[in-house]
Design a protein around this ligand. Sequence first.
Ligand SMILES: Nc1ncnc2c1ncn2[C@@H]1O[C@@H](CSCCNC[C@@H]2Cc3ccc([N+](=O)[O-])cc3CN2)[C@@H](O)[C@H]1O
Length: 271
Amino acid sequence: MLSGSNTASGVAAMAAYYQRFDPAAYLQYNYTPPRADFERKDSIVPWKLACLHRAFNEGDVSGELLVDIGSGPTLYQVLSGCEVFSKVLLTDFLEVNREELKHWLQDDGGCNLDWTPYLQHVCKLEGRRYDQKAAKLRQVITDILPIDVHRPQPLAHDALPSAGADCLVSCFCLESVSPDLAAFTRALGHIGRLLRPGGHLLLIGALGESYYFGGPGVKIPVVPLTEAQVCDSLKESGYTLIRLEVYTLPQDMRVGVDDVTGVFFAKARKD
Ligand SMILES: Nc1ncnc2c1ncn2[C@@H]1O[C@@H](CSCCNC[C@@H]2Cc3ccc([N+](=O)[O-])cc3CN2)[C@@H](O)[C@H]1O
């Protein structure tokens, strides 16, 4: 187990693990079938996309600026939000992930995953024509910034307007970058400072995960969360929970890349 919560050594140990993170392998492990099988009702990615579609489109989420916290090398988390917000910021700790996202934005053929099935699936949910989604995304994603959720100010001081973001989305990040539960809760508070009061947080994460592979042989420790801990941490860090949904992994979704037992989706509002 890593040493104490948010101590320099605990956080530094996590940062050291991430020096070996391999975006291409990570995408292969989690964002291809069976976990991303758009023909299967019980596949994880369609479940996540349905949660995000509903959360962005039920009338209470609005504003100009959406910030994705810890984007990693993935885009799926903003496919619905890009129709609601005029500005979207992607963020990640690692240069290799920011580069992966830039490849997609610049459409330079350097991507390690074809996002077409994802865009098609979300357009089907929205009843929208597919051929405008990529252009819309490239139009609203205005920057890809470095972030560290363990800093009280996770982004550069001039990254956001003074009022803050209108909405945050964060998927599978906080629990897998924190040395323990206290650091996870503190990180929730840090990202909350980026959000205006009354703004929404859409948080997706792993339940019961104690490790995952961020590449071949790159075993990264994770804070194993329960639903109750997620609810308590949100409350403790200044959010009001609106809805919590849980997906339990069927046996054949447990493919050996982690020991996840479930996935949670939380929609919350900053007090
Ligand atoms: N201090 C930091 N601040 C912000 N971001 C940071 C920091 N350190 C690293 N990062 C950044 O955060 C990371 C985000 S990827 C974290 C992976 N999370 C676990 C993985 C994901 C996953 C996906 C799908 C499914 N499923 O069931 O379908 C299960 C699971 C469970 N395993 C990475 O981009 C790193 O670059």
